[in-house]
Ligand binder design. Structure first.
Ligand code: ZN
Length: 137
């Protein structure tokens, strides 16, 4: 499963959480998950333990020189981050929805030539997600 598909698939019935991988509550004496961030959603879709995304999608864990936040005017999205860093940034700082984040990841998958979910190497091409200047006209 691709990372973008997993982000869309794993959060069914759960709220989106911010700055937390997984939000839990105690109900009837049991710990239940009530919310996840975008990466938590992806891990749930794969039935994997939290924070195992770097093993499932290693291509998204490599630093990419031209990667930056696509939100106009955002100065926090430092260049040269990983796709995972960008996902966390979009989730926590901009509160993008699961679908918005998945759409962005889908673009990055296309740029990186990702066909399946798990590529075995960090064989990434140079992505280019250029910001559109506000005064482009
Ligand atoms: Zn940003």
């Amino acid at each position: 499963m691709r990372l973008s598909e997993a982000i869309r698939a794993g959060h069914k019935g759960l709220r989106q959480s911010y700055t937390e991988y997984e939000r839990t509550r105690v109900r009837d004496g049991r710990i239940v998950t009530v919310g996840v961030c975008a990466l938590g959603s992806a891990n749930r879709a794969m039935n994997r333990a939290m924070a195992s995304e770097n093993k499932i999608w290693p291509w998204a864990d490599t630093h990419q020189e031209n990667l930056q936040c696509a939100v106009e005017g955002c100065t926090d999205g430092a260049r040269g981050v990983t796709v995972f860093d960008l996902i966390v940034h979009l989730n926590d700082e901009h509160h993008w929805t699961f679908d918005q984040i998945a759409d962005e990841v889908q673009v990055l998958e296309a740029i990186n030539g990702v066909e399946q979910g798990a590529l075995s190497s960090g064989d990434t091409k140079t992505p280019a997600r250029a910001k559109v200047p506000a005064d482009a006209s």
